[in-house]
Design a protein around this ligand. Structure first.
Ligand code: GDP
Length: 138
């Protein structure tokens, strides 16, 4: 069972002023914050983060979107963190996300879908260390 996951509040949600409401929903669901910061991704860092999607048709749009504004990156702690966080954020496409999930409440489209959540323990560890050094994690 995992105990950390990695998240980004994406540019659409930060620009729309949803950061506080989203953090509140995350804390209410029982996660604690091990690390958090504002980040503006470059094309290179966004491309590296989403390297697994490099061959997908939407890769360039995804990189353009993720570099379009400030994001909030965070490492979250909870028992069963990866699976519980995926449940909390809902389906990739907000039109298919369960009522009350973060994407159902705050996302507008499959691309501008408000929030990222790691999809495995291995990716959570990799993504957390991609963004944060050991000195930034508490
Ligand atoms: P996630 O794990 O739910 O974030 O979904 P994926 O790993 O499949 O996709 C990563 C991100 O790429 C999603 O969160 C979306 O921001 C974006 N994305 C996924 N599918 C599409 C698509 O069909 N079109 C576009 N433009 N973006 C997409």
């Amino acid at each position: 069972m995992s105990n950390i996951t990695f998240t980004m509040i994406k540019p659409d949600a930060v620009a729309n002023g949803y950061t506080g409401k989203i953090i509140d929903q995350i804390l209410e669901a029982g996660f604690t914050i091990q690390a958090m910061k504002y980040v503006r991704l470059s094309e290179e860092t966004a491309g590296a983060f989403y390297d697994i999607h490099r061959e997908r048709s939407f890769f360039k749009e995804l990189v353009d979107f993720m570099t379009s504004g400030t994001i909030v990156a965070a490492v979250l702690v909870k028992d069963n963190a990866v699976a519980d966080f995926r449940t909390l954020i809902g389906a990739t496409d907000p039109a298919k996300a369960e009522p009350g999930t973060v994407r159902n409440r705050f996302a507008k489209s499959i691309e501008a879908n408000a929030i990222h959540g790691s999809d495995s323990d291995a990716n959570a560890a990799h993504e957390a260390s991609f963004f944060f050094s050991a000195f930034e994690r508490f």
